[in-house]
Ligand binder design. Structure first.
Ligand SMILES: Nc1ncnc2c1ncn2[C@@H]1O[C@H](COP(=O)(O)OP(=O)(O)O)[C@@H](O)[C@H]1O
Ligand SMILES: [Mg+2]
Length: 274
């Protein structure tokens, strides 16, 4: 057996289109193959391929407008005009029946970039929402679960607050509790710490890391926060608008130290003052 603990180490800095040979015996929980996504005439992503392994934390980097949020939406089936295939825990996303769609949505939790919470619902109602949508749990159990999830993210006692009554950091935590309430195998975070001050943002990273380490959740996180990347990510992919896809992949350290691509170097240099 030639198994390795570090899947990322198997992957070279593949340039556009290069799908890394998986030498690991573990099968990926997410497989994106030759994914192409368009908005009308505009091709945003072209033939993007990558894999994510169970328990891995993958960071998606890239400048504003390069298609990071688009990639997320396409991966969970929210964008119709796509070519290629995406497998999420064995379900082929773009060929799903309604039943499979529900099944897939129960496996993934998503924290979107904006509009994270329903503003007219209390924190508890927000967190209870996926439970009411996807399970037939009695109200009593829903209440218990909501309480547990809120205490996991440090919001015990805030059940009856409206989102507007919470700070930005607390709103993100409530959205995190909602994304996690079905105990998803996979979590998608679209810039979770955007708009938060550095301390609050670091606390959120800490919460994310603690929870997922305990549960072994697989995570894909879009972030500009270099600190977060080094703190939490095991693998990184960087997208580029002109290339319409991945320009670099590896561990955060590999990209920072060894990647010769000027766009990657610029990204890391701008964010670090060494
Ligand atoms: N619904 C949409 N319709 C048309 N173009 C869109 C839509 N959403 C995003 N775009 C465009 O697609 C590109 C990628 O956007 P996005 O995925 O939001 O980038 P990122 O999340 O990396 O900042 C941008 O040029 C953006 O203007
Ligand atoms: Mg975005």
């Amino acid at each position: 057996m030639n198994a390795t603990n570090n899947k990322a180490a198997d992957q070279s800095f593949a340039s556009e289109g290069g799908s890394p040979e998986a030498t690991s015996k573990t099968s990926p929980i997410i497989r994106v193959q030759d994914l192409t996504v368009r908005y009308g005439e505009d091709t945003i992503l072209q033939d993007v391929s990558f894999e994510v392994f169970p328990g891995e934390i993958m960071a998606v980097l890239g400048r504003s407008g390069c298609g990071k949020s688009t990639l997320f939406k396409a991966m969970i089936g929210l964008i119709e005009s796509t070519d290629g295939t995406v497998f999420i825990d064995g379900i082929m996303v773009h060929a799903m029946s309604d039943e499979e769609n529900d099944k897939m949505l129960r496996k993934v939790g998503v924290l979107f970039q904006s509009g994270a919470l329903f503003t007219s619902m209390t924190v508890a109602e927000n967190v209870a929402f996926p439970l009411r949508q996807f399970t037939r749990l009695p109200e009593k159990n829903i209440g218990q679960l909501v309480k547990i999830k809120l205490s996991q993210v440090g919001l015990a006692g805030r059940e009856h607050y409206l989102p507007a009554e919470l700070s930005g950091g607390m709103q993100k935590r409530a959205a995190l509790a909602r994304a996690m309430v079905l105990d998803p195998k996979i979590l998608f975070f679209d810039e979770p710490s955007a708009g938060l001050d550095p301390v609050t943002s670091a606390e959120l990273d800490e919460t994310i890391l603690n929870i997922t380490q305990a549960l072994g959740t697989t995570i894909i996180i879009i972030t500009h926060e270099l600190e977060s990347i080094f703190h939490v990510a095991s693998t990184v992919i960087m997208l580029d608008a002109e290339e319409r896809g991945i320009i670099a992949r590896g561990t955060p350290d590999e990209l920072k130290r060894n990647c010769s691509d000027i766009r990657v170097q610029q990204f890391f240099r701008r964010s670090f003052h060494e």
